[in-house]
Design a protein around this ligand. Structure first.
Ligand SMILES: [Zn+2]
Length: 488
């Protein structure tokens, strides 16, 4: 149908000129201001439905409610299910002639609650004023029903203002994120045609501490291993055997101390090999991002920091090695004069693009071997301990994953940035967040790229008692979502 194609080709530039001149932000804001009390009532109703993993019946009520709310907005909505898992809420709106499909991800489940620690009950949403601003207090007010509700309000406002969507829009609202998303990849794989998109906008988490809108283009990967080294077969009198029986706590301390220099740089061979360097856009974005290092040093009472003078945001773009904990013998009141039998440390490896999580675990294991340790994967027998001068039991945690990063120069990334800037003005862009999110699993299953669009305030007490959302973050988030929903 060449004539239709031609017509579209002729009309689109003109139409896009009109729509660009008139972003959806202003009409959406006007609608929101006019309907503010209804919006708050609707948000309160959604927050009133308990959403913790231990309460599957209410999780299902959340999911059913969200399907209904999407259907009221003329979305084709339903539940995607897997045995033993809370349902994923799926919604879709197709636009004739659309060139792209944009998927909005968020989660409707929340962290467990301890009601006695809350000022008002976690599922009785309550408004309170903080520093002259209104906030709503309830579990998931910030993490992550804020994003879902901002999207629902944005849809209603766009419809009222008769502003059409121009891309196909899909929603994937998960109900198991706070439990580590154990079934997400399975559900996505079983519904590949439904979950695919040109981009997944991961609408979760808080914006920068400055309250400026933030876009995040990736997350670090994560891997763990546990190391146990061995001294005598049972605790020995430190007077009778000191200077002779090797102390595993000391052995482990020496082993770990060899892994880093005084600046915190990891000395394990090949630890930094393969890192995919940042591109020019990423470097520029980092150089524009606010440097909060001095403020944070003050906040955490740090007399010195690692990194040889590099900024925190730059260091987050390198892999890291952290000791999560060490244990051996006893301290304090239960301390005894003993040479302990074992010493154990848990290591956490954060990963950046270009480094495979299993390979990074192996680099650490190779280093331990190079220090004279015989490495075993199951607890060693007496014979093994007698045959080798030093033995290390290493448990490589099987639940790791790689980093993911969406190149900032992709057209879709630039379009998303433009859309958010139209709503919120200048945006802070981070090539990656320091923490880990299994973005890779989403990208594999949905064959897409991810960009994280947080809207909550950083001081929202997410995962803790008295979780809250600053209402201004909701109002701003509605405009951000409306702008993204109108992307071409
Ligand atoms: Zn979340």
């Amino acid at each position: 149908m060449p004539s239709v194609r031609l017509m579209v080709g002729v009309i689109l530039p003109f139409a896009s000129f009109i729509l660009c001149a008139q972003t959806p932000v202003e009409p959406v804001r006007q609608w929101r201001v006019k309907h503010q009390s209804e919006i708050l009532k609707g948000f309160t109703e959604l927050l009133s439905i308990p959403n913790v993993a231990a309460d599957p019946a209410n999780l299902r009520r959340n999911a059913d409610t969200l399907v209904l709310l999407l259907q009221q907005r003329h979305f084709d909505a339903r539940l995607l299910t897997a045995a033993g898992a809370p349902a994923v809420v799926f919604g879709e709106h197709k636009v004739a002639g659309a060139k792209r499909t944009i998927v909005f991800y968020a989660h409707y489940d929340g962290q467990p609650v301890t009601p006695s620690e809350w000022t008002s009950p976690p599922f009785v949403p309550t408004l309170r004023e903080v520093d002259g601003e209104q906030r709503i207090y309830a579990r998931s007010a910030g993490d992550d029903k804020a994003a879902i509700y901002a999207q629902l309000v944005a849809l209603a406002a766009l419809e009222a203002a008769q502003i059409p969507m121009r891309a196909n829009i899909r929603f994937i609202w998960e109900g198991e994120e706070e439990a580590g998303s154990p079934h997400l990849e399975e559900i996505l794989n079983a519904n590949r045609d439904l979950v695919h998109g040109d981009v997944w906008l991961v609408c979760d988490g808080p914006v920068d501490q400055s309250r400026q809108q933030t876009l995040v283009f990736g997350a670090r990967g994560d891997a763990h291993l546990e190391i146990t080294v061995y001294g005598p077969s049972h605790g020995l009198h430190s007077g009778h055997y000191g200077n002779w029986a090797p102390n595993p706590a000391m052995m482990l301390a020496q082993l770990l101390a060899g892994m880093k220099d005084a600046q915190g740089r990891v000395l394990i061979p090949h630890f930094y090999d393969g890192i995919k360097p940042l591109g020019n856009l990423e470097k520029k974005a980092l150089s524009r991002a606010p440097v909060n290092d001095d403020k944070l040093r003050e906040e955490f009472a740090l007399g010195h920091v690692d990194g040889g003078g590099a900024h925190l945001l730059d260091l987050l773009n390198l892999p890291s090695l952290n000791i999560n904990g060490i244990s051996s013998g006893q301290t304090g009141a239960s301390s005894t004069n003993v040479i302990p039998a074992t010493a154990t440390a848990d290591l956490d490896l954060r990963l950046v693009l270009g480094i495979d999580w299993r390979e990074q675990q192996n680099r650490v294991v190779d280093y331990i071997r190079s220090q004279g340790y015989y490495v075993v994967e199951t607890p060693p027998s007496r014979d093994v301990l007698l045959q080798h001068s030093k033995v290390a039991l290493i448990k490589k945690d099987a639940a790791g994953y790689n980093a993911a990063r969406t190149p900032m120069d992709l057209p879709i990334a630039q379009d998303a940035l433009t859309a958010v800037e139209a709503a919120r003005g200048p945006v802070i862009e981070w090539p990656t967040m320091g923490g880990s999110v299994p973005l890779g699993a989403m990208e594999r299953a949905a064959q897409t790229h991810t960009i994280t669009v947080p809207i909550a305030n950083h001081d929202d007490n997410q995962h803790s008692s008295n979780e809250n959302l600053r209402l201004q973050n909701l109002w701003d988030g509605i405009e951000t979502m409306a702008s993204l929903l109108c992307m071409r």
